[in-house]
Design a protein around this ligand. Sequence first.
Ligand SMILES: O=C(O)CCC(=O)C(=O)O
Length: 302
Amino acid sequence: MKQIFQNGLSANQRLQFDDDGFVLIENALGASEIDNLVSIADRLHQEHLQRGCCTPDEPFQMRDIPRLDKAFLEMVTHPIMLPLIVDAIGFNIQIRTSHMDVRPPQSPEAGEKGLGAKDSFFPWHSDGPNFGWPQINGQIPFMEVKVGYYLTDLAEHNSGAICVARGSHRESVWIERDGETIVDPDRVYEVNVRPGTAMLWRTALLHCLTPNLSPLTRKCLYFGYTHRWVRPSDYMHQPPELIENCNPIQRQLLGELGTGKANYVGDDPSIQPVSRFWRPEEEDIPLKAWAEDRGLPQKSSS
Ligand SMILES: O=C(O)CCC(=O)C(=O)O
């Protein structure tokens, strides 16, 4: 199947991103990209199994993944997804978090609790810091998008796919049923997709996982992009040897200013204190010119 390069979200994708809170991009990854990413995930998983850090039947996650392999670093600026990300949230962004998830098949008991129930293996939640994001009239402002890249087949019900509650970023989707508070089943979308599909989604959306009752181990990658003035959650600074080999856009997305080699924060004696995360100079924000070249908007969505 053909990979389609877009210069931003289409009108329908924009509507779905605003209303439902997510869009799916089929064939975001080509067959050889998928094979390469799966082999990296398998290698990292094997290394941890050999060190006894996890057992074969346990879910395995690694975070801050651009430092783990060059192919993961390159996913940060994936040519199909970056125009959509920048169109959705703007160019003044960086990676807040990233993770690789490997979820082996589970026993049937994992399916006995209600989907996303509090006592299930993966309850409904939206992503946020301890003590929560600020809220406006009960809603979380648009703080962040994530891209999920699905590397294995999740087309079947209960194959460990993520479920999102449509529209839960803009209104409550909780209802009472049989004495329990549940997410309205009409709002639940099980992301049953083929390998190579990507999902661009607002992390304010409620999400949970179906149990993996399939015979396949589920493998996927996530990259969360937030405004530059929010602190990353997976790192303070990336290792200098990683930054050294990055291009300027990768450096921006990995949270650095300028070349990443100097202290750019708070060192201007004429304006004290100053932070270039708030007041970026041209060299701090190469994604701005990149976005302008593509006619992408200057402002984030709401
Ligand atoms: O799809 C997954 O494995 C987990 C997704 C999730 O909870 C997240 O990215 O915050």
